[in-house]
Design a protein around this ligand. Structure first.
Ligand SMILES: [Ca+2]
Ligand SMILES: [Ca+2]
Length: 253
């Protein structure tokens, strides 16, 4: 929907084909908005072998989800010798993808989720002008707020399923990872540029542990067979294809 809104905004900007100013290179700062489809891919490792029906330590579970992400971007083009470079930062705060996986398809009592709440990047890239278009590759660091949860349901005394706090957790850490991407852009009027780019972000693996809050009902994890909090590794990657509308501030080159 936001992509359509962006397309509508572009249409409103006009169809004037201002070819001047694309030149052999660009300098100066810019601001912009973006929207586009994103996906999150999760590989969860059940380190202690709690989940599922076969309870194998080290078993991995893959799951993914998609969404429409939107956000803002600010950057600057500059030259270093004959090289065209760009320095850019962006942030997305809405519509980000979430993923859910039912770990035990028989009992339906164990569910893992991953959800991106916000994500930002700071990147540096190399740009090249090819006629009226510019292409670039860029990389840098990405920071994200990602929540990971594992929920185990157990029957209570009345037989109804309830969240077992010993075997469940819900954490929302801030993650730092790397980002790489490439794009193509083209001026649409004197001050406006339209860009299509793709970003890939990898936040590596983090290990979370069930809370074992009551200490009486924690899952039996590992070959020792003793009640202990179970550990889970989450390896998460995020891909985004975006339509970006950039504008150079008035009075800037
Ligand atoms: Ca259970
Ligand atoms: Ca339990």
């Amino acid at each position: 929907m936001l992509a359509w809104a962006l397309a509508g905004l572009l249409a409103a900007v006009g169809t004037a084909q201002a070819q001047g100013g694309s030149g052999s290179g660009r300098t100066g700062s810019y601001l912009g908005v973006f929207a586009g489809p994103g996906s999150v891919d999760v590989r969860m490792t059940d380190i202690d072998g709690f989940s599922g029906s076969n309870s194998v330590p080290g078993q991995t579970f893959e799951y993914d989800g998609t969404g429409i992400a939107a956000g803002v971007v600010a950057g600057r083009y500059f030259h270093l010798g004959r090289m065209q470079l760009l320095l850019e930062a962006d942030g997305a705060f809405g519509g980000l993808p979430a993923a859910t996986r039912q770990m035990d398809p028989v009992g339906l009592d164990e569910t893992a989720t991953a959800e991106l709440h916000w994500v930002g990047t700071a990147r540096m890239g190399v740009r090249r002008s090819l006629g009226s278009v510019g292409v670039f590759v860029a990389g840098g660091v990405s920071v994200a707020g990602i929540s990971n949860s594992f929920t185990d349901l157990d029957p209570g005394t009345d037989g109804r399923l309830r969240v077992d706090p010993d075997d469940s957790f819900d954490e929302r850490p801030t993650r730092v990872g790397w980002v790489a991407g490439a794009g193509i852009e083209r001026p649409v009027t004197g001050a406006w540029t339209l860009r299509l780019d793709g970003l890939y972000k990898d936040f590596g693996e983090t290990v979370h542990q069930a809370e074992n809050r009551l200490g009486v009902n924690a899952g039996v994890c590992g070959p020792a067979g003793l009640p202990s909090p179970c550990r889970y590794g989450f390896d998460q990657r995020f891909a985004l294809l975006r339509l970006v509308l950039l504008r150079r501030p008035a009075g800037r080159g």
